[in-house]
Design a protein around this ligand. Structure first.
Ligand code: FE2
Length: 704
């Protein structure tokens, strides 16, 4: 086999540092070279400036991009200090997916000459090679936080572009490209086999890479989630060109009823009559490959976008009266795992048309068998019904913070399984790539039959600037470096709480829920209440899903993505004792009663009618019950009208504070147990901007 083809992603946990160093060097150069081998398919330098796809940069960008990426990432990671060519490293930095912020107006680019870009590539190659010689490496190998991670990231990134650029080359005019022996087309083609549905047993499936995996992974692969997949039936083969032709000939591209609204609008805009790489000449169909066009190989897998695959499934469902659809990510994985127990770094020979181990094109759908099925991996990617989402435990790599997050928008569907040119991380079981549903890759599909609905995962990041400070105040670190506010409250109440083990607590003004969960360590039952739905929603998500996500502003446009888990606070085992409700503390419904303990945090200053709240709170407490008020009395005229404030004005000519008012109002039903305590409560707005509130904690006992 050619040296550049069929190599495997590295075992980064290798305990022989010098051996690993040489493996990285080899992997790097092979990757760099095969990337250049791909561009040898262009007939001349002018071709680099053609726009193969109106929504993508010309190939000159990608020629520069895969090299500049190393330097940009290594600089962000502080692994190197000096740039090689600042203007190239800016010009070749962004614009890969069609994102609204990518600047694709070609008038704004003055692309350099190809010899200059190639010279730049050589300089980067030398620099990275030198770095590979110099970077310290020990027997712990290369981990997520290692400076080496940026080097491996650069290599794996280049391998992704090897594939995406091959798709762009496939869209260039035929006369602008040339076939090379290196990129060998599969010679096998013929009539397609009859497809059929075969059973797949249900069972448990866990998605997400093992934390001990020795192979490079992108951010979206981390974390984990489990499913109990119900049994379903799946098509034996990927959908072949012949099977897809039936859909076309039955008027599939002209009948709106088969298409999703998004699909129909794409179709109307594109005026598509068949998949993009098909061409009809008289009654004859041809198929465009990367650098050639061939007679339609009817037994090769069809390549289409998600929207076309989905329309086909709807047509097939109508034809068969079966619940035909694309598989979800977990169903796809269930089918894969029930027939494959190896992975790219472990196999001697690929079990399918993948990793450039066979051809530089698709091959017949009945060539690579896996038990009863064919092409469970390889040949072409397979569209799924699942829009990409972060697994619980997802974390962002600091040197590539926007690899996945912009795609968590419900509009990028996962493709699985890899194609003939998927190498490196792309060829691993756990890799997750997602594209816009109208996008073309070397991707097709397998359909399944299942009455089960597809689970969509839409736990987005909270971005509301009025909510995020409270996510942080409850679940973030204390920016003063001192104990967290919740911990301070709990410590102050330590003695009081000792006598209340196993009783019932009410927490008013619970915000995003932290103190309610903390109270559940003591109490048998805790009710958390807040007036703001958007706040309580976070508490409820923490309760139901065990985590919350939010994006906080660091400085200007720079943000950080935060994910906090109940288990990080060892609260997961008490969560069952907590319930959350949205309600107005000035006007609580009758059912919230019979408590032994009530904690009200910032509830007075946030009450519309604070007096009413205080006057009736005793009705909710059992005799001898404890009321704890934590408040800053920072009256907000938008919430509490001036005449409804408890204090903060002159009474009989003398200043009258809210603490005095508390004494006056509560005196009848309560006794003050201790001297008030003072605590600092912080609210983070930005990295260097926090507001600090001095709150008073008072403990009251209901008179018997
Ligand atoms: Fe890229």
């Amino acid at each position: 086999m050619d040296d550049m083809k069929g190599i495997k992603t590295l075992n980064l946990k290798l305990t022989e540092p010098e051996k690993l160093r040489e493996q990285v060097r080899y992997y790097f150069h092979q990757t760099y070279s095969i990337d250049e081998k791909l561009y040898d398919s262009l007939i001349n330098d002018e071709t680099f400036y053609l726009r193969a796809d109106p929504l993508r940069h010309p190939l000159v960008f990608y020629l520069g991009h895969t090299a500049a990426f190393y330097i940009n990432k290594l600089i962000i990671g502080k692994v190197i200090e000096e740039r090689i060519n600042p203007s190239y490293e800016s010009m070749f930095a962004i614009g890969v997916d069609e994102m609204s912020w990518d600047d694709l107006n070609e008038a704004n680019y003055d692309w350099p000459s190809i010899p200059n870009v190639k010279r730049y590539r050589d300089l980067v190659r030398e620099r990275v090679d030198r770095l590979i010689s110099e970077l310290p490496l020990d027997e712990n190998g290369i981990g997520w936080n290692s400076p080496w991670w940026g080097v491996i990231m650069g290599i794996e990134h280049q391998r992704i572009h090897l594939e995406t650029s091959s798709v762009l080359i496939r869209q260039l005019p035929l006369e602008k490209v040339r076939p090379l022996d290196f990129w060998n087309v599969c010679p096998k083609a013929g009539a397609a086999p009859q497809n059929e549905l075969l059973p797949v047993a249900g069972g448990k499936i866990r998605l997400g890479r093992d934390d001990n995996s020795p192979w490079y992974g992108w951010d979206n692969e981390y974390g984990s989630i489990s499913f109990d997949v119900k049994q379903f039936e799946a098509s034996k083969y990927l959908v072949s060109n012949a099977e897809f032709l039936e859909f076309i000939e039955d008027g599939g591209y002209t009948q709106e009823r088969f298409w999703t609204p998004e699909g129909w609008s794409w179709l109307s805009f594109q005026k598509a009559l068949m998949p993009r790489f098909w061409r009809k000449e008289g009654q004859n169909y041809k198929l465009r490959l990367m650098t050639t066009e061939i007679e339609m190989p009817w037994n090769w897998p069809v390549e289409c976008n998600y929207l076309e695959a989905k329309a086909f499934c709807n047509w097939k469902a109508a034809q068969t009266s079966l619940p035909i659809r694309l598989p979800s990510e977990e169903e796809w994985m269930r089918l894969r795992d029930s027939h494959i127990n190896t992975d790219q770094p472990l196999w001697d020979v690929a079990p399918g048309n993948i990793n450039l181990e066979f051809w530089a094109s698709s091959c017949p759908v009945d060539h690579f068998g896996f038990g009863d099925f064919y092409d469970l991996i390889g040949n072409v990617w397979q569209w799924t019904e699942t829009p990409i989402y972060p697994f619980p435990g997802f974390k962002i790599h600091p040197i590539y913070d926007d690899f996945s997050v912009p795609t968590f928008d419900g509009r990028h569907n996962l493709i699985k399984g890899g194609s003939w040119i998927s190498t490196g991380n792309e060829a691993l079981r756990d890799s997750r790539y997602a594209f816009r549903r109208h996008f073309y890759q070397h991707a097709g599909f397998r359909y399944i039959s299942s009455p089960e609905p597809v689970t969509l995962h839409d736990e987005p990041y909270e971005t509301d600037p009025t909510i995020i400070p409270w996510c942080d105040a409850n679940w973030g670190d204390n920016p003063l470096g001192d104990k967290h506010f919740s911990q301070q409250v709990m410590e102050t109440l330590q003695t009081t709480l000792k006598k209340l083990q196993g009783k019932k607590a009410l927490h008013l003004g619970c915000k995003t829920g932290r103190l309610s969960f903390e109270l559940a360590r003591t109490f048998a039952h805790v009710t958390g209440i807040d007036f703001t739905t958007r706040l309580i929603r976070q508490a409820i998500q923490m309760h139901e899903k065990g985590f919350i996500r939010y994006i906080r502003v660091e400085e200007g446009e720079i943000v950080s993505h935060v994910e906090k888990h109940l288990k990080d606070f060892a609260l997961q085992d008490v969560a069952d004792k907590v319930e959350f409700w949205q309600a107005d503390v000035s006007n609580l419904i009758a059912k919230f009663t019979g408590y032994d303990f009530i904690l009200a945090v910032n509830a007075i200053e946030e009450a519309i009618k604070p007096r009413r709240f205080l006057e009736e709170i005793h009705t909710r407490l059992n005799s001898g019950g404890i009321l704890v008020l934590v408040d800053g009395y920072a009256w907000n005229p938008d919430i509490t009208r001036a005449e409804d404030r408890l204090g903060g004005f002159r009474k009989d000519g003398e200043p009258y504070g809210s603490f005095e008012a508390l004494n006056d109002i509560l005196d009848k039903e309560f006794e003050l147990l201790e001297e008030p305590r003072e605590l600092w409560q912080t609210l983070r707005q930005q990295q260097r901007l926090h507001s600090l509130k001095k709150v008073q904690l008072t403990i009251w006992r209901k008179k018997a």
